[in-house]
Structures are given as structure tokens and as C-alpha cells.
Design a protein around this ligand. Structure first.
Ligand code: SME
Length: 158
């Protein structure tokens, strides 16, 4: 596919509807996990311009920083720590409307105000990483984001 992403304006849903087939195209025929995670970050960052979009991958009982777009970030997160570690431990999507109200939130950037974290599951239904997205706006993420971001990470093959 063409390497240029078509960026649209419009509602959140319209933006995701435009982006989803393009991400599918980017991942189509590519089996390298890091390459695919990197392109997902690039596509999401370009379309939505959030503060930070990135993956952490489970390595030896820690989350270790993987491909991302945005400011530099903490490299290792323990299980149960911060929003990412909590999503890993609880094996569920976490939407945090105000990070200051999340006990133990890890402030990699003081500009982050809200975030969403989706766990990535392997074939054995174990968490093998998370997708973490941070916004400078309060209350940025909702069930529409969860729905479409889940569709995007479901495109990843491990
Ligand atoms: N905010 C995250 C830490 C990772 S950075 O935001 C990139 C958390 O509390 O899990």
C-alpha cells in the first residue's frame, strides 16, 4: 500500500473508520511484531495527535518499553504499577479520565491528563503487552476509543 496515511477530520468515529482499513493495509503481509507495533503507533499518532502512543511488552515479569511515538518514557513498569501495570494485572482495558485521580499513576510526562490502556493477549490468553495512549486533555477516551483500538490491536498477530 501507499506509505502515506490519509488523515481525515471529523468525528472520532469517522477518524477511526478511515484509519482502520489503512492500518489493516499496513500490517497486511508483514509478520514482524516490532515493525507492526511501530506502524500502529505512527498511524494513531498521525491521525489523532495524542501526546503519547506506545506499547510496553512483557519481559521477565516486567513491562518493558516498546515502539512508541511521543516524548521519552519510563522504560520498565512492574505488574500492578501505574495504569499499564494495573491493566496487565487485571487483564482488562482501563480508561482513566483524570490521571491525578488514579492511585499510583506513573507520570512519565507531566503533560499527561488522561489515558487508555488495552492489554494485548497471546494465544494462551496471557497478557504479552499493553497499548498505552496518553492525552493532554482530561477525559479524552471513551467506549468509542476502546471499541476501535481493540479492533486495531486485534489485527496484530503474535
Ligand atoms: N502513564 C503510564 C506510564 C507510562 S507513560 O504514560 C508512557 C502508567 O501509569 O501506566
Amino acid at each position: 500500500m501507499a506509505e502515506d496515511l490519509l488523515i481525515v477530520k471529523g468525528s472520532k468515529e469517522e477518524r477511526y473508520q478511515s484509519l482502520l482499513p489503512q492500518v489493516r493495509g499496513l500490517l497486511d503481509g508483514e509478520t514482524d511484531l516490532i515493525a507492526n507495533l511501530a506502524n500502529i503507533c505512527g498511524a494513531l499518532k498521525e491521525q489523532f495527535n495524542w501526546l503519547w502512543v506506545g506499547f510496553y511488552l512483557v519481559k521477565k515479569e516486567e513491562l518493558v518499553l516498546g515502539p512508541f511515538q511521543g516524548p521519552v518514557a519510563c522504560t520498565r513498569i512492574k505488574k500492578g504499577k501505574g495504569v499499564c501495570g494495573a491493566a496487565w494485572e487485571q487483564k482488562k482495558v482501563l480508561i482513566v479520565p483524570d490521571v491525578e485521580k488514579f492511585p499510583g499513576h506513573i507520570a512519565c510526562s507531566s503533560l499527561s491528563r488522561s489515558e487508555i490502556v488495552l492489554p494485548l493477549f497471546d494465544q494462551q490468553k496471557e497478557v504479552m503487552g499493553v497499548l498505552d495512549i496518553d492525552s493532554t486533555k482530561l477525559n479524552e477516551f471513551d467506549s468509542t476509543d476502546q471499541h476501535f483500538l481493540q479492533k486495531i490491536i486485534d489485527l496484530i498477530t503474535f
